[in-house]
Design a binder for this molecule. Structure first.
Ligand code: SAM
Length: 281
């Protein structure tokens, strides 16, 4: 039956995506830099700038992988609000370094006040990606209370309703089987007033640029995948998944259909990537 056919294809996609990210987990960061000539870093920086999370933001970063968005978020919070700190960045007043005054710190120091504290839950279907991310968090010196790392499927989040101030998903939503389910779940776990932000590859509207971009991605990326990660097929899959993802307008409509208001998008690098955002009222 048609239904049966779809189900087989869907579970195949899930398995394939899982295998792809399992295969690429350790080389993921290197490949990202190689494929995009480092531009993905600029996109992620721009994404956090647009996001501009206010003090105390409780974020869920879905398809968070090795933590690129999470770390940028925590750095932003630290720099802009001084509310989430890396241990080396904290200036401990000499007063609380004195013996017997340690409790005072949590009451008076805004960097440790729970109401002010930023937190990010990094959520991903692939434990191998999360493990890389956790290692990186340690290397970067982020304390454990700033982030949680949770494994699961974005299509059914194991979280209660109205939990987060913001939901981000970067280069993740095109890999899921049911985009609508992911959007509905995003809406559900956000608090009223919460923000949805998505960074994803998109469509290059200019036909000339599009041709150049197509040539590059179909000819060059799988070769890079083979040379750097020893894995042609995973990277060929990544290129195909980019082409199959809905364009800017279609995706914006899907976000509206999930219930979000004030939906808008912004192209990055001629539309190679786009930032979509919306608000849950
Ligand atoms: N957000 C990170 C970044 O920008 O570097 C990682 C992006 S990576 C291209 C895509 C991630 O989506 C992978 O870590 C993969 O495991 C995850 N993923 C794929 N399908 C998922 C799903 N259904 N639920 C949660 N995560 C998923």
């Amino acid at each position: 039956t048609h239904f049966g056919f779809e189900t087989v294809r869907e579970s195949e996609k899930e398995e394939r995506v899982h295998k792809v990210f399992h295969n690429v987990a350790s080389s993921y960061d290197v490949m990202n830099d190689a494929m995009s000539a480092g531009v993905h870093r600029l996109w992620k920086d721009a994404f956090i700038q647009r996001f501009a999370p206010p003090p105390g933001t409780k974020l869920i970063d879905v398809a968070g992988g090795t933590g690129d968005i999470a770390f940028r978020f925590l750095n932003y919070m630290n720099k802009e609000h001084g509310t989430s700190s890396r241990p080396l960045d904290i200036e401990i007043p000499s007063r609380i370094q004195m013996e017997g005054f340690s409790e005072v710190q949590s009451e008076e120091d805004p960097t440790t006040s729970p109401s002010q504290n930023a937190h990010v839950t990094v959520f991903d279907i692939n434990q191998a990606m999360l493990d890389e991310g956790k290692k990186k968090a340690e290397r970067l010196g982020f304390t454990e209370d700033l982030s949680s790392w949770v494994c699961g499927n974005a299509e059914c989040l194991p979280m209660d309703d109205n939990q987060f101030d913001a939901y981000t998903i970067a280069f993740g939503i095109r890999n899921v089987t049911h985009i609508e389910k992911v959007l509905t779940e995003a809406y559900r776990v956000l608090k009223p007033g919460g923000r949805f932000m998505c960074l994803e590859f998109s469509e290059v509207p200019n036909p000339v640029l599009r041709k150049i971009y197509d040539e590059y991605s179909f000819q060059v990326i799988p070769v890079m995948g083979q040379v750097i990660a020893g894995d042609w097929h995973s990277y060929q899959y990544l290129v195909e998944s980019i082409r199959q993802f809905p364009n800017q307008e279609t995706f914006a409509t899907m976000i509206r259909d999930a219930g979000f208001k004030f939906v808008r998008y912004e192209n990055l690098t001629f539309g190679v990537a786009a930032i979509h955002s919306g608000i849950k009222l």
